[in-house]
Design a protein around this ligand. Structure first.
Ligand code: GDP
Length: 299
């Protein structure tokens, strides 16, 4: 909880300044106030659609000439943001044996690092973990996962660079079954370029997983880089059209004062946020805390 709070310091400092000032004196809300509030929320990376949704009740009141005080508006905003980021999530790791978790997202968002952090977290809780290097396109991705595996202490199932990702998933899940591993973490590819169909490849990996282990993958985690702003929304849209996403991890929250992207993606795609990434080390991962998050965003 404290790690989470500390990791959000940039968001807290920035927004505490601007929003704190705006809401400092309890007074009647007017058009100018709403416009200023709208601008601040948008610069915090809460997308326009979500901001409109948040401000709609206040706008309606104003249009009807009903008085609304800033204190009351702040309370209802906090409640609504809390609601948006508090979607119910099943237990983690999923209750399956082995539980199969896919890490999905475009290159560079921190997917491999996040997988290693989650492995470390699960190892700390006493689970046996195995990773599958299904991003076979980049030799560096396989090596990176192996380096993490040595550091954190988890085996990695891999094939040569360029191998069929579906085949690696098959081999990885068979190995997990044979060894009685409790949680399998699958690192998927994330390159986006035109000549190559990432989405078809992902769908195939999902199908293969389901053939080896019933209902697998049990959780598809979309990994998003919190510093990329509204790009994260486009990525969520792209992946949600291809596969069934279950949850989110937002990385690099330590590097942004615009934590608002979490609100937008969670709200638009109805995805619970599992963890946030707060740095480059394996311990720099914290479970998402809705209340602490709202406190950082709108103190
Ligand atoms: P991938 O291509 O999505 O697998 O991304 P990587 O795992 O290789 O990460 C890309 C870069 O982001 C690396 O330099 C990581 O150390 C860095 N990174 C990942 N997560 C975080 C985070 O939560 N905070 C910070 N500051 N850096 C991170």
């Amino acid at each position: 909880w404290q790690k989470f709070r500390a990791g959000l310091s940039k968001t807290r400092e920035r927004l505490a300044d601007t929003l704190g000032e705006l809401f400092e004196i309890d007074r009647l809300v007017d058009q100018a106030f709403l416009e200023e509030l709208e601008e601040i929320l948008i610069t915090a990376d809460i997308g326009i659609e979500t901001v409109n949704r948040l401000l709609e009740p206040a706008r309606r009141k104003l249009a009807l000439g009903e008085p609304l005080r800033t204190g009351e508006l702040k309370r209802s905003l906090r409640e609504e943001i809390l609601r948006m980021v508090s979607l119910p999530a099943p237990p983690f790791p999923p209750e399956a044996s082995p539980a199969v978790i896919f890490f999905i997202g475009v290159n560079g968002v921190g997917k491999t690092t996040t997988l290693a952090k989650v492995a470390w977290h699960l190892r700390g809780r006493g689970f046996s973990v195995l990773a599958v290097a299904a991003d076979t396109f980049r030799a560096a991705a396989i090596e990176q996962l192996e380096t993490w595996g040595k550091r954190v202490g988890f085996p990695v199932v891999k094939q040569a660079p360029g191998a069929d990702p579906g085949a690696v998933v098959y081999q990885g899940l068979e190995a997990a079954k044979a060894r009685g591993v409790e949680v399998v973490l699958v690192d998927t590819a994330g390159r986006l370029h035109t000549k190559y169909n990432l989405m078809e490849e992902l769908k195939k990996m999902v199908r293969v997983a389901g053939k080896v282990i019933p209902e697998a993958p049990h959780e598809n985690i979309l990994v998003l880089d919190a510093t990329t702003g509204q790009n994260a929304v486009s990525q969520a849209r792209l992946f949600s059209e291809a596969v069934n996403l279950h949850s989110l991890i937002l990385t690099k929250m330590d590097g942004t004062a615009k934590g608002g992207i979490a609100v937008t993606v969670a709200h638009l795609f109805k995805l619970p946020i599992r963890f946030v990434g707060l740095g480059e080390k394996m311990e720099d991962l914290a479970p998402f805390e809705p209340q602490a998050f709202v406190d950082a965003l709108l103190p």
